[in-house]
Design a protein around this ligand. Structure first.
Ligand code: RB5
Length: 149
């Protein structure tokens, strides 16, 4: 898979570890920054990766900030994005199987690098189950259409 990754200045410490791990798993990674630990703003990076995913230049996105919350909320503002924040692999797996998430987020202040790798692996290996879950995911899209003002 081709995977876009970005962080903020807090999440950046985990980024090289996750990039190396993704490469080890055989994935191609595109790094959307930042490239320094200088203080920055997570919405910039959540949006960048969300746009890459929605415009289909990558197959999936991974975002890291302090908690994973701000950067995932930002990504979720882009129509069609379903970003999940995970602190354990079970939610990561189910979020793909049931909710067809297209971006995974986590917090560098919340989890360590080994748990982050387990979460990434669980998320990437899981597949959307469709069926009754597809109807619910379509209902999420309908909410987006309902509030276009
Ligand atoms: C930055 O201080 C921090 O707010 C950010 O990394 C993240 O945790 C936001 O949700």
């Amino acid at each position: 898979m081709k995977i876009a990754i970005a962080t903020d200045h807090v999440g950046i410490e985990l980024k090289p570890i996750i990039i190396d791990y993704l490469n080890e798993l055989g994935h191609e990674v595109v790094d959307f920054g930042p490239q320094s630990t200088e203080r920055t703003d997570y919405p910039l990076y959540g949006k960048k990766v969300a746009v890459e995913v929605i415009e289909k230049r990558v197959d999936a996105g991974i975002l890291i900030c302090g908690t994973g919350v701000g950067i995932s909320i930002s990504a979720n503002k882009v129509k069609g994005i379903r970003a999940v924040v995970c602190s354990e692999p079970y939610t990561a797996k189910l979020s793909k199987e049931h909710n067809n998430t297209n971006i995974l987020a986590f917090g560098s202040r919340v989890i360590g690098s080994e748990l982050a790798k387990m979460i990434v692996k669980a998320w990437l290996e899981a597949e959307f189950e469709g069926g009754r879950h597809a109807n619910r995911v379509n209902m999420i899209s309908e909410i987006e259409e309902e509030f276009l003002f």
